[in-house]
Design a binder for this molecule. Structure first.
Ligand code: DAH
Length: 337
């Protein structure tokens, strides 16, 4: 029996010290209820009374030795595991970080914000209007009755017979004047739609910014002064503007407004196509019919209005030659701004 105990101890210790030893299994195998050492102790009934305490003591020593070895080995294993874990999770704080790509505002949004800032600085406030609009606001109230030729150049998309996607931001003039009595000083940026095929200079969706000022005694001089300050702020202090006679149904008189070319200063170059001037917007004095359509007495009040295309301004400002680039979301284009 003594040899058996000695063999059990030697065997157990050998297994405990084997690489990757499974200590739980070993514990069950030798010390568990059905373990080898327990089996030996059970067999002690067959020993003589003198032998029993001797063998019993040896058995206890063997148990203690195995337990001690298991505990010691367990600590060793835990230390090794912790070491490996720490090595695997080591964080080198001096390593360069993984860059998170940073975006920025779309060039059109940038231009819109810039124009808004300029006009806010002149006391204008910003109003919004619906993109799905009634025929009345988009056309009729603006002095464009059915069958008026201006409807051809502003053909748009229809939701129902009298409901359409607005072809211009000018209907916001009417909506504003219906709700607000003079003095009025607003701008209104937003999306507009026309049933144009997409090419380098046309898009079925683009953006405009409308301006409207109504008060007693507003003259064309106020319009010129306002637009001149605007042009200088946007294109530089040396910028001049010029008015060319034009026709818009909702203004009288009407003008197209050019700025002196900010590349050549007016001498003529590639950007201004040798003209020295670049057309940037349409403007005029609010037509008396439009005022009275909105319940404002044209005998008492007068006003001016203007409208510009944001894409057009952005294209001129940044030298972009194809309007489609704004809508393609190509990072190689967008990241340049
Ligand atoms: N709504 C016009 C267009 O889309 C632009 C315009 C011209 C707006 C003259 C105005 C204006 O307010 O006075 O072509």
């Amino acid at each position: 029996m003594k040899e058996m105990l000695a063999r059990i101890q030697a065997e157990a210790l050998e297994q405990i010290h084997a690489p990757e030893a499974d200590l739980e299994q070993i514990k069950i195998k030798y010390l568990g209820k059905k373990g080898e050492l327990t089996a030996v102790l059970r067999g002690m009934g067959s020993l003589s009374p003198e032998e029993r305490p001797v063998v019993g003591q040896i058995a206890n020593e063997v148990r203690a030795a195995i337990e001690a070895a298991i505990n010691e080995r367990k600590q060793e294993q835990e230390a090794l595991a912790l070491d490996a874990k720490l090595k695997a999770e080591k964080l080198d704080v001096t390593m360069p970080g993984t860059p998170a790509p940073m975006g920025h505002m779309h060039p059109l949004t940038q231009v819109q914000r810039e124009l808004e800032d300029i006009f806010i600085g002149m006391g204008f406030s910003i109003v919004e209007g619906p993109e799905v609009e009634l025929d009345y606001y988009n056309f009729q109230a603006l002095n464009i009755p059915e069958n008026h030729p201006a409807r051809d150049t502003q053909d748009t998309f229809y939701i129902a017979e009298n409901v359409l996607l607005r072809s211009q931001t000018s209907p916001v003039q009417v909506r504003t004047m219906e709700h607000q009595k003079p003095p009025i000083r607003i701008i209104s940026p937003g999306r507009v739609y026309r049933s144009d095929a997409l090419d380098a200079t046309h898009s079925p969706l683009f953006h405009q910014l409308e301006g409207l000022v109504v008060d007693k005694g507003i003259t064309m001089g106020d319009l010129k002064g306002t637009l001149e300050i605007f042009a200088k702020k946007l294109f530089g202090e040396n910028t001049r503007i010029r008015f060319r006679p034009h026709h818009f149904p909702f203004t009288e008189p009407s003008a197209e407004v050019d700025v002196s070319c900010y590349v050549c200063g007016g001498k003529g170059c590639r950007l201004c196509k040798g003209e020295g001037w670049i057309e940037i917007l349409g403007a005029g004095m609010v037509h008396p019919f439009v005022l009275s359509n909105c319940g404002i007495d044209p005998e008492v009040y007068s006003g001016f209005a203007f409208g510009l295309g944001l894409e057009r301004i952005a294209m001129k400002k940044y030298g972009i030659d194809d309007i489609r680039l704004f809508y393609e979301n190509d990072e190689r284009f967008l990241e340049q701004f």
